[in-house]
Design a protein around this ligand. Structure first.
Ligand SMILES: [Zn+2]
Length: 312
């Protein structure tokens, strides 16, 4: 049996965020710079409140602070605007406050605008909350936002999307519907990256979110979190962890993923943590490992981590 959930409306295209008719009295949750970058002027929302202090890798405390700061206001809806961090906080706050969720990504990789997942730091550990009620009601995806995005963020977001759709294609939770989305997403992302057509990443990332959000990522993501804990950006870590995972799983995407990593030219990574300890932490990540197409042992994990370190 399988089930598909997605926002009840998805608006896509250049100008989609400018043309959307925002409900009045909403709360916009975003990061610093949303006003100075002209995002709010572009949206033209009617009598809104704004919280613009979401930082990368947000903690659950920030969500709780927003809820207590605004609990007496009668908002019609919550608008999440920004990268995956802003959207994950906005979705979580709206879920707790039972408000309508309108999500507008300005970077294209996490797919958060269409997933039932919110990733927040709890006690210094990245924790993902999964709940159908975290899903946005409306996703507004406007590729125009890519124009002002720094290359480093484009690279990290793009490889995250590539890892998500290719891991999810192989996931035990995949089905015909998610495989179709993930395969199409990978074709679009690959074309966008290899040909420097970055505006196409928005569509690739949206389809990735719909695909992996209804299945799961796997070994590549499980291996990546030890590197995140040492400060390596999510996408950067995946460019090596998903690569060795695809080789281990004998994925049909292995060679194509390798070409994309080469093109994006990421700096090599290595882990400072003792590999025995690292592999034990990874083995605890059942959410990802149980859905991996091939079972993996502790020794095999250590060998994969060694392979990444050796290439350093
Ligand atoms: Zn990811």
């Amino acid at each position: 049996m399988w089930k598909i959930i997605q926002p009840s409306s998805i608006h896509f295209g250049i100008g989609a965020a400018r043309d959307y008719d925002y409900p009045s009295s909403s709360l916009i949750i975003t990061s610093k710079g949303a006003i100075s970058r002209g995002w709010i002027d572009y949206l033209k929302p009617k009598n809104f409140s704004i919280f613009d202090e979401v930082e990368p890798n947000p903690s659950i405390e920030i969500a709780e602070n927003i809820i207590s700061q605004f609990k007496n206001e009668n908002f019609s809806s919550i608008i999440g605007l920004g990268g995956g961090s802003s959207l994950d906080v906005a979705k979580f706050v709206a879920f707790k406050m039972r408000k309508k969720k309108i999500m507008l990504p300005t970077t294209f990789g996490s797919g958060s605008e269409v997933t039932r997942i919110s990733v927040l730091n709890v006690d210094g550990k990245k924790t993902s909350f999964h709940n159908d009620k975290i899903l946005a009601d409306v996703a507004v995806v406007d590729p125009a936002f890519i124009e002002d995005t720094p290359m480093e963020i484009i690279k990290n977001s793009a490889i995250d999307a590539c890892a998500q759709c290719s891991e999810a294609y192989d996931s035990k939770l995949s089905n015909h519907y998610t495989k179709f989305l993930c395969n199409t997403a990978f074709d679009i992302l690959e074309y966008a990256i290899l040909n420097d057509k970055f505006e196409k990443l928005a569509l690739g990332s949206l389809l990735t979110g719909l695909g992996f959000g209804n299945s799961s990522t796997t070994l590549g993501h499980a291996l990546s979190y030890d590197y995140s804990n040492e400060g390596i950006m999510h996408g950067h870590a995946l460019s090596f962890t998903t690569l060795v995972a695809h080789k281990f799983n004998n994925s049909i995407f292995y060679k194509r993923f390798e070409s994309i990593v080469k093109k994006l030219n990421f700096e090599k990574i290595s882990l400072d943590l003792d590999l025995n300890l690292a592999s034990e932490l990874i083995l605890e990540d059942k959410k990802h490992l149980d859905n991996n197409p091939v079972p993996i042992t502790k020794n095999e994990i250590i060998n994969l981590l060694k392979e990444i370190n050796l290439n350093h």
